[in-house]
Design a protein around this ligand. Structure first.
Ligand SMILES: [Zn+2]
Length: 108
């Protein structure tokens, strides 16, 4: 099976194999709009972050639907989905695989 990867970020060398999650950028007072970080895995399995994009930019560049955007949007990105504890390992797993599970729960 051949996959067609999307080239979504002109600043990053690599094509998008898997968009793992979208997180909100803390809103600055001078920003009218909400911006997002997009975590994605490239064709060589490297995790990248694209930033400075509003919702429409994300949908357009990453060629996803509004529903996919909502599905990938993660509001509590540091909290393990299993034990609900705050953990950097949950976040790192989310960014790499889209699965927000901490190392303790993964090792159970
Ligand atoms: Zn956990």
């Amino acid at each position: 099976m051949s996959l067609t990867y999307k080239k979504a970020d002109p600043l990053i060398h690599g094509a998008v194999k898997n968009l793992t999650c979208i997180t909100r950028v803390d809103k600055q007072p001078h920003h009218e709009e909400q911006y997002y970080y997009i975590f994605w895995v490239s064709h060589i399995n490297k995790v990248h972050i694209s930033g400075g994009l509003n919702k429409n930019d994300v949908i357009e560049r990453f060629k996803i639907s509004a529903k996919e955007f909502d599905d990938k949007l993660e509001l509590n990105e540091f909290f393990c989905k299993v034990c609900n504890k705050e953990s950097n390992t949950a976040f790192s797993s989310l960014a790499k695989t889209g699965d927000k599970t901490c190392i303790d729960c993964l090792n159970k």
